[in-house]
Design a protein around this ligand. Sequence first.
Ligand SMILES: [Zn+2]
Length: 227
Amino acid sequence: MGQAKSDEEAIEAARRDLVTYGVRLLTDRLALGTSGNLSVRVGDLIAITPSSISYLETTVEDICVMTLDGEQVAGRAAVSSEWPMHSGIYLATDSTSVVHTHSEELVALSLVRDELPAVHYNIVAFGHTVPVLGYTRFGSDGLASATVAVMQDHNAAILQNHGAVVRGKTLAQTYEHALLLEWLARVYRKSLDYGSPRILSDSELGEVEDEIRRRRYGGLTNAKVQS
Ligand SMILES: [Zn+2]
């Protein structure tokens, strides 16, 4: 009973956070209009932003609450078209938050590159590179299955001609990682303006990962490597 009550409170808190971070998607220019979507898992339930409502007009009551197998149990709006991608990631990983952006920087990169290379050591929050997935139509089973397959081994992926997906623990941390991904792509583009960028080697990145471990900053995906 106590657990059920706390899950209920946690899902309501998640719905409030999703309203707040939805607005941030627009103000941080990670998405435009109603594009992109955000979700949080609490136990067997997932709170997710709705389809076709501006983030500026979305209320807590609009945020959908779904079971893992796709039954909508709360929220007065229709669920996001990318629901299969979100639920698939939760079923395949231990993540409890997913941020899906339509950022212009990452979409632009996805049109001409196969990956985001290691232009800065902070990329170890994601691995040594961030992969670009080949194009598949939005809302399709193909997009969901391809994204879920790559997200089993990565906590971020760039979707060609579409956007990006980041998974993590709390919504705040996952959102910070979405901003970091954006920042890395901007650094990469600017470096290309200057000339041919120097990319960190696997051994240099391995050294960074060792140092993070040594400093006991926790698991790699949660590492604080902003120093
Ligand atoms: Zn999308």
